[in-house]
Design a protein around this ligand. Structure first.
Ligand code: GDP
Length: 452
C-alpha cells in the first residue's frame, strides 16, 4: 500500500448532476471525517465498506455543500486501498472548493491516472486491463467500446497467458531433453519443439495484426473523396453523411477547399474529406485547392475516387487514375444516365456502379469500404492490442520467436534457443505488467487524466 493519501475530482470538468471527489489511501477515511459531517451524527470511520452517509462538506464553520460520502474499505475498492467518494452538486466551482477542503485536511493531489496506477500496483488489474480503461472512456463507437471492455476484463492478458504457458512448457521440455538426449520420451524431440515454436509464432503474428485494425476501429480512418469537378463528390459526401455538410452545385470548382466530416459506417468511424475537384486549371485560388487535394489523396489511408460515367473520360480523368493508390475505391457515378465512358481503363481496380441522384449503389459502396478497412478482420471478442506499448512488446516477443525458430533450424544448441525463449517471455510479461519497470508503469499512467 502507498503511504500517501491522494484525492482528485473524478468526474468530468463542467456542469453536471453531481461531481465526485475521490480520496484513496490509508488515511482516506480520517481525512474525509475531518471535512464531512453527517446529518445522522455518525462518522465515516464507523461504517462498513460499501455504505454511505448523507451530510455536508464543511471548512472551519462554513458549509461548502450538501454531500453523500461513500466508504470502501481496503482491499475491496477500485484502488485496493481505503477510499471515500464524496458526491457534491455538479458545478466546477463547488467541486473545486470541496477538493480544496479535502486537500487541507491532509490528502495530496492525485497525479494523472494515480487511482488506476494504485489499482495496478495493488494487483487489482494488470497493465493491459489498466490501459483499456482509458480506451473505454474515449471509445467513439460500439465496436471500440466492446473491444476495450473485453481488454478491461482480461481478454488480452488471457491470450498472452496462454502463450506464456506454452513457452514455459517448451522451456521445461528443453531442459528434460538436454538432460536425457538419448531417451526416447514422447513429444520430446526437435520436431515437436519446432512445431510448438511455429504455433506460437502464428499466434503472435495474429495478435500483432489486430493492432492496426483495432486502431482504425478506435480512432477512425481518414478517407478522402477525390475526383474531377462536377463528378458528384459532394453529392456522395452528403449521402455518406446524410447531411448537407458539403455544398452541392452544378458550377464546376465550387468545393475549393477540403470539407471534413466524421461518419459512422457499420461500426467504422470514417473521417471523410471532400476535396476540391482535381483538374488542370489556371485559376490561382483553385489551383491551390487542387494541390491540397492531391496532397490529401497521397496521405489518406483510404481514397474514394469518383468518376462521371455519363461523359467519355478525358485526360484529367486518366491522369487521376494514374495517381490512385492500389486499394482506392472507384465510384462510377451518374449511373442513372447513359454510360459514355470506357470502363475498361480501371482494369482490376475495385469499382462500384453508383447514382448519387437516385441514391443507388450505397449498400455496395458501404460494404466495399468496410471490407477494405477491415481487411485484417477482427471480431469484437478477439484479443486486440490497444496501445503502441502493447504492440512493441508483442513485436519483440514475435522477433524473439523468429530468432528461436531460425536457431532451431540451423541446429544451434538448445541453450541458445532457450535464451530467445526467455527474451520472448520477458517481452510478454512486460506486456501484461507482470514484470515491468517503474519507468514503463509511469509512462503508461502519465497518459491518463487526473481523477482516473
Ligand atoms: P462535385 O463537384 O464533384 O462535388 O459534384 P457535385 O456533387 O456538386 O455534383 C455536380 C452536379 O452533378 C450537380 O448538379 C449534381 O446534382 C449532379 N449529380 C451528382 N450526382 C449525380 C448523379 O448520380 N446523377 C446525375 N444525373 N447527376 C448527378
Amino acid at each position: 500500500m502507498s503511504e500517501k493519501t491522494v484525492a482528485a475530482i473524478s468526474t468530468a470538468p463542467g456542469e453536471g448532476g453531481i461531481a465526485v471527489i475521490r480520496i484513496s489511501g490509508d488515511t482516506a477515511i480520517d481525512v474525509a471525517d475531518k471535512c464531512f459531517k453527517s446529518f445522522s451524527g455518525k462518522t465515516l470511520s464507523t461504517l462498513k465498506g460499501y455504505t454511505a452517509l448523507y451530510g455536508q462538506v464543511f471548512f472551519e464553520n462554513t458549509v461548502i455543500d450538501d454531500a453523500v460520502a461513500l466508504v470502501f474499505l481496503a482491499p475491496k475498492s477500485f484502488t485496493g486501498e481505503n477510499t471515500v467518494e464524496i458526491s457534491v452538486h455538479g458545478g466546477r466551482l463547488v467541486a473545486l472548493e470541496a477538493l480544496r477542503v479535502v486537500l487541507n485536511c491532509g490528502a495530496a493531489l492525485a497525479e494523472n491516472g494515480e487511482f488506476t496506477k494504485r489499482a495496478f500496483l495493488n494487483g487489482k488489474l494488470d497493465l493491459a486491463s489498466a490501459e483499456s480503461i482509458m480506451e473505454i472512456i474515449s471509445a467513439k463507437n460500439e465496436t471500440a467500446l466492446k473491444i476495450s471492455r473485453n481488454a478491461k476484463n482480461g481478454r488480452i492478458s488471457k491470450e498472452i497467458g496462454k502463450i506464456i504457458d506454452k513457452l514455459l512448457e517448451l522451456a521445461a521440455s528443453f531442459s528434460v531433453y538436454s538432460d536425457y538426449p538419448d531417451e526416447e520420451i514422447e513429444n520430446l524431440n526437435p520436431e515437436t519443439f519446432k512445431n510448438t515454436l511455429s504455433e506460437i509464432k502464428a499466434t503472435l503474428k495474429r495478435l500483432l495484426d489486430t493492432y492496426d485494425t483495432g486502431k482504425v476501429i478506435r480512432e477512425g480512418i481518414d478517407c478522402s473523396i477525390v475526383g474531377k469537378p462536377n463528378v458528384g463528390k459532394s453529392s456522395l459526401m452528403n449521402i455518406l453523411c446524410k447531411t448537407d455538410r458539403s455544398i452541392v452545385t452544378d458550377v464546376a470548382g465550387t468545393t475549393r477547399d477540403i470539407v471534413e466530416s466524421t461518419v459512422l459506417l457499420d461500426g467504422i468511424t470514417l473521417i471523410l474529406s471532400d476535396t476540391a475537384g482535381i483538374h488542370k486549371t489556371e485559376d490561382i485560388v483553385e489551383k491551390a485547392g487542387v494541390d491540397r487535394s492531391i496532397k490529401r489523396l497521397k496521405n489518406s489511408s483510404l481514397v474514394i475516387a469518383v468518376f462521371d460515367i455519363s461523359r467519355p473520360f478525358d485526360n484529367d480523368d486518366l491522369s487521376l487514375i494514374d495517381e490512385l493508390p492500389v486499394n482506392a475505391i472507384i465510384v462510377l457515378n451518374k449511373n442513372d444516365l447513359t454510360c459514355a465512358a470506357d470502363l475498361s481503363v480501371f482494369k482490376d481496380k475495385k469499382t462500384v456502379m453508383f447514382s448519387a441522384k437516385e441514391n443507388s449503389g450505397i449498400k455496395e459502396l458501404s460494404k466495399m469500404i468496410t471490407d477494405t478497412v477491415k481487411s485484417g478482420s477482427i471480431s469484437e471478442n478477439d484479443a486486440v492490442l490497444i496501445s503502441e506499448r502493447q504492440r512493441n512488446c508483442a513485436n519483440r516477443a514475435y522477433l524473439s520467436i523468429c530468432e528461436a525458430e531460425n536457431a532451431m533450424n540451423i541446429g544451434v544448441t538448445l541453450d541458445a534457443v532457450g535464451v530467445c525463449i526467455d527474451d520472448c517471455l520477458a517481452a510478454l510479461l512486460e506486456l501484461t505488467g507482470k514484470r515491468v519497470t517503474n519507468e514503463v508503469t509511469d509512462e503508461v499512467f502519465k497518459r491518463f487524466c487526473v481523477g482516473k
